[in-house]
Design a protein around this ligand. Structure first.
Ligand SMILES: [Fe+2]
Length: 504
């Protein structure tokens, strides 16, 4: 099968081929224009945030079109909120639902899928009570039980870390939850040291090429505190520090460079007095305080203490791509930044009702530069909406030339409808738009050759017409050619968040 025939077969299977042929074989633009006329129904949009069909799922993927690369072998581990409704109660925000871990296993000749809802202590208590009992990130149940420790409400629903021979489901504000690779059953929360049991371990750890894993934790109560972890390649805590006097905003991600960890703290801050006034969700306890500006803390890896600080204009982001530093100490980093947090406060609630208007400011690919003398700049570097950035993991903390992200526009459909390749210096350079009824999730880069960006881009999608989840494989340096292969499952899956590919 030639590459062109393969690509056409994929597009035909997706219903996009006529437009491509009419445009003389052009790629993404043709698919875009053909698709905008196809309206999605509210019922279709709600499928993206429906509860998973069962607590455990397993099936092989059926090839829709294309050919699976035989040398792409391993497991794409993913996580995401998947139990949005339980006991007649529906959560009101994308990030609330109980986590479901998933494994897409690539054998070289096929892909199979397994998934399991994680039985966290939070979910077990609710099962025993026969009702929703504990607060979620942005939703309170009707009669919320008090929270004694962050893990009381740990939904383990955000990402997966494979490190030191363990698999862990990650959440934002609590401990990592170990789970079994075969059964996918939840194990215990990870205590990196006996006295750190229950300490927050964020959902975006960074693993460097030598296997060293860095992470942060944000403690809210009883007093705000930032935590820093260095985990050795064997999964043992090698260094730790807790900083009680740092500004806290909603810090979901950060970057590592060769010598530093960099936290960009948006002025979306917890106001503890909001908790005193009565039950309130974690999200609603935050206030947007643009007058505080964005505060940047540069922490030295060697000592895990702050060595530089910056104040920049206000903005809000969840995700970074990568960070690196020049010989003179100038730090560069990527972030997917919006003018304010309204997309997280409003739009990601509205999607639970099937409302895809997205009226708020959306995140765009931006670059930040932090000079050693104290001056910092931040600028939007690409026109499209962008989020879920990923890099070649071998470039973590080093200068990178390629960043992959979901991109798109506010056009009545899902705003992150395109897989894009961005050059941090030049902006968007390549991409492919999914047809309107296919909703892509985070796509991760899987290395093949030695050069940065030589490999595949792999990610799931939800087909709102077939009511089924699927998976795409792209040649990472030729996204505009369309997928090399796409497969489909016999069931839908709600849109998840993050994952990691473990090659075999
Ligand atoms: Fe995230």
């Amino acid at each position: 099968m030639t590459a062109e025939v393969s690509r056409r077969a994929v597009l035909r299977a997706l219903g996009a081929l006529p437009a491509v042929l009419a445009a003389g074989g052009a790629g993404p633009a043709a698919a875009d224009s053909a698709d905008t006329a196809l309206a999605l129904t509210t019922a279709q949009r709600r499928l993206a945030f429906a509860t998973a069909a069962a607590e455990t799922l397993a099936a092989p993927l059926t090839t829709l079109a294309g050919r699976l690369p035989s040398d792409l072998t391993g497991v794409l581990w993913r996580n995401g909120p998947a139990e949005h409704e339980r006991y007649g109660h529906r959560y009101g925000h994308w990030f609330d639902g109980d986590g479901m871990v998933q494994a897409f296993t690539f054998t070289g000749s096929g892909v199979s899928h397994r998934a399991r809802i994680l039985e966290t202590p939070k979910r077990r208590r609710e099962t025993e009570a026969g009702k929703r009992l504990l607060p979620a990130f942005a939703t309170l149940p009707p009669e919320p039980a008090p929270i004694m420790a962050p893990d009381d409400m740990n939904a383990a629903n955000t990402s997966v870390l494979a490190h030191g021979g363990r698999l862990m489901a990650l959440w934002e504000g609590g401990s990592a939850l170990e789970f079994d690779a075969e059964t996918m059953a939840a194990g215990d929360f990870v205590a990196w040291r006996a006295d750190l049991a229950g300490a927050p371990f964020s959902a975006h750890p960074k693993v460097e090429a030598d296997g060293t894993c860095w992470n942060i934790g944000c403690v809210v109560s009883p007093r705000p505190m930032l935590l820093f972890y260095r985990i050795d390649p064997q999964g043992r805590l090698a260094a730790f520090n807790a900083l009680p006097k740092e500004p806290l905003g909603m810090v979901h991600d950060y970057v590592v460079t060769r010598r530093h960890l960099v936290l960009v703290v948006p002025p979306f801050v917890i106001e503890p007095e909001r908790f005193v006034a009565g039950p309130i969700s974690f999200l609603d306890a935050h206030a947007w305080r643009p007058e505080l500006g964005t505060r940047v803390i540069v922490v030295e890896k060697e000592t895990l203490t702050p060595v530089r600080r910056y104040e920049l204009p206000p903005g809000f982001h969840f995700h970074h791509g990568n960070g690196w530093e020049e010989a003179d100490g100038t730090i560069h980093l990527d972030l997917c930044r919006a003018a304010d947090p309204m997309f997280a406060i409003h739009d990601l609630r509205a999607v639970m009702q099937g409302d895809w208007n997205f009226p708020s400011a959306q995140p765009h690919y931006s670059r930040m530069a932090l000079r050693p003398g104290g001056a910092g700049t931040v600028e939007q570097a690409a026109a499209a909406i962008a989020d879920f950035p990923r890099i070649d993991p071998r470039r973590t903390g080093l200068r990178h030339r390629t960043l992959f992200a979901l991109t798109g526009a506010r056009d009545g459909g899902w705003p992150l409808s395109r897989v894009g390749r961005i050059d941090p210096d030049r902006g968007a350079v390549d991409g492919w738009s999914y047809p309107r009824h296919l909703i892509p999730e985070e796509h991760v880069f899987v290395p093949r050759g030695e050069a940065e960006g030589d490999g595949w881009l792999v990610g799931p999608f939800l087909d709102l017409e077939r009511r089924a989840a699927g998976l795409s494989v792209f040649e990472a340096q030729r996204l505009a050619d369309g997928p090399l292969w796409q497969g489909i499952l016999p069931y839908p899956l709600p849109l998840g968040l993050h994952g990691t590919f473990v090659a075999s």
